[in-house]
Design a protein around this ligand. Structure first.
Ligand SMILES: Nc1ncnc2c1ncn2[C@@H]1O[C@H](COP(=O)(O)OP(=O)(O)OP(=O)(O)O)[C@@H](O)[C@H]1O
Ligand SMILES: [Mg+2]
Length: 256
């Protein structure tokens, strides 16, 4: 079986990466897909947003050399059952930053994370989804290189469009210079609120990225509230527009 890898990335903070990674993961499991969400952000928020403890699973994933079956078993032991059917999490915490440091000191190849994903080859996963941290660096680049598809959430305000171009440049560089075979699923406008500023920023995005601009996720208080309840949008407010928008994103992913 083939496992599709999706990386959610934007070096700008607070644009909805984790919200997207967590809700997209849950949406895919509700369509009977088996999903492993991997938290590459030292903030460890994927776990807390799912009502779980942040842990050093990602650290061990990134630093254990999977040479033998016992090492593979060791890393796989850090996969946590989220209590939701088909949804599994490799939780991260602040130690992920230490792993990132080691990676850059060791000057590991761009294929480093893709190679490590072989650890999960027996887990019968339909999707592996990476949530990444708001910075550029070795981890983000290698997570993009490991991806079949990349989603770039972008808040619909001018300030965040500037930083978007840096993430897009990274993608182009990886494709042109590092032989990356994956592609951009799309730019996901977030915090859309129908104001002129919001509309203009979508027009700006479309002028540059054309059909790669996905349907926006509206600014929605429920998306903020559900985190304090440690629930996904489908558990907290399944009948809302926000839930529908993340269901649509999952439908789009399923077409690839
Ligand atoms: N569409 C939305 N409407 C309203 N609030 C949202 C929306 N999307 C995300 N939020 C809220 O905005 C905050 C930032 O979102 P999130 O943590 O997903 O961003 P992030 O890009 O992962 O941030 P970081 O770069 O720090 O990892 C959170 O409190 C989240 O609940
Ligand atoms: Mg985040």
């Amino acid at each position: 079986m083939t496992t599709k890898v999706i990386t959610v990335s934007n070096q700008k903070g607070g644009v909805g990466k984790t919200t997207t990674a967590v809700n997209l993961s849950h949406a895919l499991t509700l369509r009977d897909k088996h999903v492993l969400l991997i938290d590459l952000d030292p903030q460890g928020q994927c776990a807390t947003k799912l009502g779980m403890d942040s842990q050093m699973g990602t650290y061990y994933f990134l630093t254990t050399q999977p040479g033998s079956s016992s090492e593979i078993t060791f890393v796989r032991q850090w996969i946590r059952d989220t209590g939701r059917d088909y949804l599994h999490l490799l939780p991260g915490n602040s130690m992920t930053a230490a792993a990132q440091m080691m990676l850059s000191v060791q000057d590991q190849p761009i294929s480093y994370i893709k190679e490590l994903l072989k650890i999960f080859s027996k887990d019968r996963l339909d999707y592996i989804i990476f949530d990444t941290s708001p910075s550029v660096g070795g981890l983000q680049e290698r997570a993009i290189w490991a991806a079949d598809l990349v989603i770039i959430p972008t808040a619909t305000e001018f300030a965040s469009l500037d930083s978007l171009s840096k993430t897009v440049t990274t993608i182009h560089t990886l494709r042109d210079k590092k032989n990356w075979k994956g592609g951009l699923l799309g730019i996901l406008p977030t915090f859309f609120d129908g104001t002129n500023e919001s509309r203009d920023s979508i027009l700006d995005l479309q002028a540059t990225f054309k059909e790669k601009v996905l349907s926006p996720i509206h600014r929605a208080t429920v998306l903020r509230e559900c985190w304090s309840e440690a629930k996904t949008i489908f558990e907290y407010a399944s009948g809302t527009r926000a839930a529908e928008e993340y269901r649509s994103l999952a439908s789009l992913v399923l077409k690839y």
